[in-house]
Each structure stands twice: as C-alpha cells, then as structure tokens.
Design a protein around this ligand. Structure first.
Ligand code: NDP
Length: 403
C-alpha cells in the first residue's frame, strides 16, 4: 500500500485518478495536485460518484508545478511514494527537480519539450540519470500508451518471441468519431505541435526525415476497418532505437481522417498553428495557444465519441534461425471507457498505463536507481496488469505487413 501524487488535472490525469481509486488495494492515498484546483475537485467528485466502493483517500491541492520551491515544499509536506506527472511536457524537468529535492520517485507519459521549440527529445531527461541514481530514486519515462505500452510490447516481444527484432512498425489507429469537424483528442497544443512537425523514422542507426504527412499507407485494423495512416516522428522511436539490439528500422504511423487534415492544412496556411508570439491589440499572444483555447476541450469529447482505437506494434525478426512476424495490439472502445471513468479512449489508453507504471514503481516491482525508459524494465508484470486494469492485449502471428 502506498501514496501517490498525480500532478495535472486534464483528461489523462482524470482517468489515472479513477484507476488509482479502482486499485485501492495498492493505493492507500491519492493527492491530486494541479494549477486549477476546481479541476482537481471535479475529478474527486467524479471518483466519489463512480468509484463508490474505493477505500483510497483522495485529497486535492493547488500547485504551479513550474514553481520548483513550492512543489518541493508540497512534496516534503505530503511525502508521497511516487509522483505521476500528467501535466504537460513543459513541466517535466521542473517536476523532476522537485522530486530530486524531496526524494520522491517519478513517472511520466511524455518527454520534455521546451515551450519555444516544437522539438521533443529525451536528452534533457536522460541528463538527470546520475542525479536520480545518486539519490537512490527511480524515474520511469513514458508510461502512457505510445510511448508506454508500445515500449512494453517491444520488450515483451523480444523477451518471449524473438532472438532479434529487425523491424518494428507502431500503428496508432483512432477509429473514433466525435462529430465535430475539427477537434483534437488530447491537449490541442501538444497534438498540433506533434502532427505539424516533420516526420521521421529510425533506420540503420540514424534518422530519415520526411515532410509532414509525406508517407501515407492504408491499413485494415481489427475491429475498426480500413484507415489511412501517416508516418510521424514519435518519441519512443528515439529510445527504442537504442534499447532494442539489432534493430534495423522503426516507424510510427497514426491514422487521420480527411476532415482533420483539411482543417489542419487550412489553419497552418493562415498561421494559426505557429508558436511564434505575435502582437494582438497590444498584447503578445501565441497563435497556437489561442487556437487551443477556442477548440473543444478534449475532456468534453467523452460523451460524443463513438468507435474504437486500435494501437499496437508489428514485429519482424528471427527466432531459432527462422524469420518470424508478430503483432501485439489493444482495442479500446470509446463509449465503454466513457461509461467506466467518464473519459474517451485516448485519455483512457494513456491513463491506465500511467497508473500501472506508477503502481510498479511504487510497490518496488520496477525499481532501479536512475532514469529509465519503459522498455528497460521486465515487461511481464505490466502485460499482466494491462489485462487486469482494462486494456487487454491481443496477438497475431500472421499480421498483414506495412510496405
Ligand atoms: P490536458 O491539457 O488535458 O491536461 C494538462 C493538465 O496539466 C491541466 O490540468 C493543466 O492545468 C495542468 N498543468 C499545466 N501546466 C501546469 C503547471 N505549471 N502546474 C500544474 N499543473 C499544470 O492534457 P492531457 O491530459 O491530454 O495530457 C496530459 C499529458 O499526457 C501530456 O503531457 C500529454 O503529452 C501526455 N499524453 C501522453 C500520451 C501517451 O500515450 N504517452 C497520449 C496522450 C497524452 P490547467 O487545467 O490549469 O490548464
């Protein structure tokens, strides 16, 4: 039994908080800490309604995670066993600093990205490795779905099905429909920064860069059907390229509907996706932040979204001298997720693995002094927990490959 502090009170934090309370045999106490206290209180109220049988004690508190001394003082006062960072990537380093100062283990779902450059990389967080090791603390990076479950899938495939993996294709399909012409399924600013960037994939030890949305394929997804998907740069490519021995190529594809792409192109063309500040009526504003403010809040999409997600990894490699293919994936239904925890499947597929990663660090199953990516841990307890906590996985030994 232990105590967790979740930082952030958005869509992903809400799911993780509900799941923490569902898993009350492990989590005795939950402190929900975020910038806007009313959002923490709304999550606590939903937990009281939906998880009435829980014995987890829930409290809420206001904190600006960018204020390191204030966050450190809060951590020292509350003394949680683990911090689950579900704020935005911009807060990662500040929260890691506070965890080091207060002596608390750290878990997140997205790597650090500076506010003024749309470029996410692990180098900033990997630079904390020695400090976490010296402090005897574990920092687990990327415990969402992608990154997160995708890395666990890779570790599991390598442990149980291959001597060497040569090719990995990560396929992220959202077959859900929220009925809006344009909305993003998670934080709009982070989502649009990711999608608007150049694509790239990892091949023979280096990056191959593409224009945004340059590489398109169609794939027939189990329980969803045929969808167009596009090659994107994605953060787990960087760590998997290092941690999967013998890997020759890793690509990441995400599905997008035509309406989403047409709106995005138009917004880009008029400058609304820019992160360069402009002067508007005497005040500096960032067009993308303004756009995010007028788009539907992702946490409001839950009741309107129908359909399923299908996210997984296709592996090609060798086992006992023979070539082998293997596909591991999860299918998640938006409406079922909404009925259970009041959020759509994108938040659900991130919040459940976030709870699992925090649980494994908290209870000592995954404990290593330093900063580690998720594929560096034993995948088996995580794979079992996925089946138990709402994201059961499926496998195929004869998947259709992506050319
Ligand atoms: P939201 O925008 O819905 O929520 C972010 C929350 O963080 C908000 O409650 C916000 O507070 C809070 N926050 C922002 N800045 C601060 C701060 N300085 N101090 C305290 N709290 C702060 O985002 P999501 O829930 O959609 O995403 C959460 C994280 O999950 C992101 O990092 C995202 O990149 C990641 N993610 C990872 C995925 C994966 O598969 N690995 C998939 C999807 C998301 P306020 O309410 O005041 O704005």
């Amino acid at each position: 039994m232990g105590k967790i502090m979740i930082i952030g009170a958005g869509g992903v934090a809400s799911v993780a908080a509900h799941k923490v309370c569902q898993n009350c045999a492990q989590f005795e106490e939950l402190v929900l800490a975020s910038r806007t206290l009313s959002k923490c209180d709304a999550i606590a109220a939903s937990i009281a309604e939906k998880m009435s049988g829980t014995t987890t004690k829930v409290r809420t508190v206001q904190v600006d995670a960018d204020d390191v001394p204030a966050l450190t003082a809060l951590l020292q006062r509350e003394n949680p066993d683990v911090v689950l960072n579900l704020a935005l990537p911009y807060q990662d380093l500040h929260i890691m600093d506070a965890c080091l100062a207060a002596g608390v283990h750290y878990v997140d779902t997205a790597n650090y990205e500076p506010l003024d450059t749309a470029k996410f990389e692990y180098k900033w967080q990997w630079a904390y490795r020695d400090r976490f090791a010296k402090a005897g603390l574990t920092a687990l990076l990327g415990s969402g779905f992608d990154p997160g479950v995708t890395g666990v899938f890779c570790a599991y495939a390598l442990k149980h099905h291959f001597d060497e993996i040569h090719y990995i294709d990560i396929l992220d399909c959202n077959g859900g429909d929220h009925g809006y012409p344009f909305a993003t399924n998670f934080n709009p600013e982070i989502n649009i920064r990711e999608v608007g960037a150049n694509g790239s994939y990892w091949e023979n030890g280096g990056w191959v860069e593409t224009a945004p949305m340059e590489i398109k394929r169609e794939y027939d997804f189990a329980e969803v059907g045929k969808k167009d998907m596009y090659l994107l740069h994605h953060e787990e490519l960087e760590s998997l390229g290092i941690h999967i021995p013998g890997i020759r190529r890793i690509r990441f594809f995400m599905t997008f509907g035509q309406s989403y792409l047409t709106h995005l192109k138009c917004l880009e063309n008029v400058g609304m996706t820019s992160i360069e500040p402009i002067l508007f009526e005497g005040r500096e504003i960032v067009p993308l932040q303004f756009l995010a403010a007028v788009l539907p809040d992702p946490s409001s999409l839950g009741p309107r979204t129908v359909g399923k997600t299908n996210i997984g990894c296709i592996f090609q490699g060798v086992k006992d001298g023979k070539e082998k293919t293997y596909y591991l994936y999860n299918v998640c239904d938006h409406q079922e997720a909404y009925r259970e925890v009041g959020s759509q499947a994108i938040s659900y597929t991130t919040g459940v693995p976030a709870m699992i990663g925090a649980m494994l660090v908290m209870n000592g199953t995954w404990r290593r002094d330093g900063v580690y990516n998720i594929e560096e841990f034993d995948p088996d307890p995580f794979m079992d927990a996925l089946n138990k906590w709402g994201l059961p996985w499926q496998e195929s030994f004869t998947p259709v490959l992506v050319d």
